[in-house]
Design a protein around this ligand. Structure first.
Ligand code: SF4
Length: 318
């Protein structure tokens, strides 16, 4: 490792407003109702966060049949289908919905346009819980496309009333390419007024686009299951920069940094800053001598907590 190696931090990076809110919902539910609190699916896709909440008394489940009667249940930030919402209500759980308000916005749009007779093309990754939740807002009439090839294959029952929605954490560039293919095939397709890819995904990808060409290697802190973290690694790699994703500082390999003088460091929207700090410490132990932040967008978005869990500073922004 060169003697003068520096670490350059991406701005913004790490937690977004939806992740902050989701974690706070579980923590406040634990304080108010005591352990255990049941959480459907990982509250956010991060191993550290999930293990921390497990230690505090959260139990993560996938099936509602694993939740005992009378329990408090939190839906994860990714959102859930109507079927799961209905089943949870029917079983009488004390429910708190940690679905990110930007995902809920997509659900509301889907429900509204469905009432007006629209069918949907959803751009997203098959099997991701957000996609399952959004597609599960309807019984039928919502078709998933994962890439440009899928656009040629999709077969809506009618095309007069067709709308497009997207997963919030996609690659901005990939989504634009797929959307262009959708518009070529279905010129009348209705687009969302404001794009569904969220501000946090956009800002973190924009920061990597600025940073990656100016460093020798990029490290992305994030868990393998985290969609937006994977996209950050891809953005850097597409710009020709070696990029690695790490779930913890133990994943760092000294050979990634051999002969490199600048290391770019960012974190997905579900990765806590404590892991960034630990990665910096590890890189220092490997020989990095300085740390600086790149200039970047200041995020001020904040979402209110659900009723019943109190809120300190309730101003929803952005
Ligand atoms: Fe919400 Fe975007 Fe954060 Fe997902 S990444 S929780 S959509 S703000």
């Amino acid at each position: 490792m060169p003697k003068s190696q520096e670490i350059v931090l991406a701005e913004p990076r790490g937690f977004c407003a939806g992740v902050d809110r989701a974690i706070e919902i579980v923590e406040r539910a634990l304080t108010k109702f005591g352990r255990p609190i049941y959480v459907r699916h990982e509250i956010v896709h991060n191993t550290y966060v999930v293990n921390d909440l497990k230690a505090k008394g959260a139990i993560f489940i996938e099936e509602l049949s694993d939740v005992p009667a009378g329990a408090t249940l939190v839906f994860s930030a990714h959102g859930v289908s109507k079927a799961i919402q209905d089943e949870a209500k029917q079983r009488g759980f004390n429910i708190f919905d940690a679905t990110c308000p930007l995902v809920t916005k997509v659900h509301v749009e889907v429900a509204k346009l469905h009432r007006e007779g629209f069918e949907f093309i959803m751009i997203g990754h098959k099997g991701h819980p957000e996609v399952e939740g959004t597609m599960g807002q309807l019984d039928r009439g919502i078709h998933l496309v994962e890439d440009v090839e899928d656009v040629a294959r999709v077969s809506p029952a009618q095309t007069a009333k067709l709308a497009v929605v997207t997963q919030t954490t996609l690659s901005v560039d990939d989504a634009a390419e797929i959307l262009a293919a959708v518009k070529r095939r279905f010129p009348n397709v209705r687009e969302p007024k404001q794009q569904d890819i969220c501000y946090a995904t956009q800002n973190r990808q924009d920061a990597v686009k600025v940073l990656a060409p100016n460093v020798d290697v990029m490290v992305v802190v994030g868990s393998l299951s985290s969609s937006n973290s994977n996209r950050l690694r891809e953005v850097a790699q597409r710009l020709g920069t070696d990029a690695y994703m790490v779930d913890s500082p133990d994943d760092l390999k000294p050979e990634w940094f051999a002969g490199k003088s600048r290391v770019g460091l960012t974190a997905g929207a579900s990765a806590p800053e404590i892991l960034v700090t630990q990665v910096i410490e590890r890189l220092r132990a490997l020989g990095a001598v300085s740390v600086r932040s790149m200039p970047g967008v200041l995020e001020t978005v904040h979402f209110p907590l659900p009723m019943g869990l109190g809120d300190k500073s309730m101003q929803a922004a952005g």
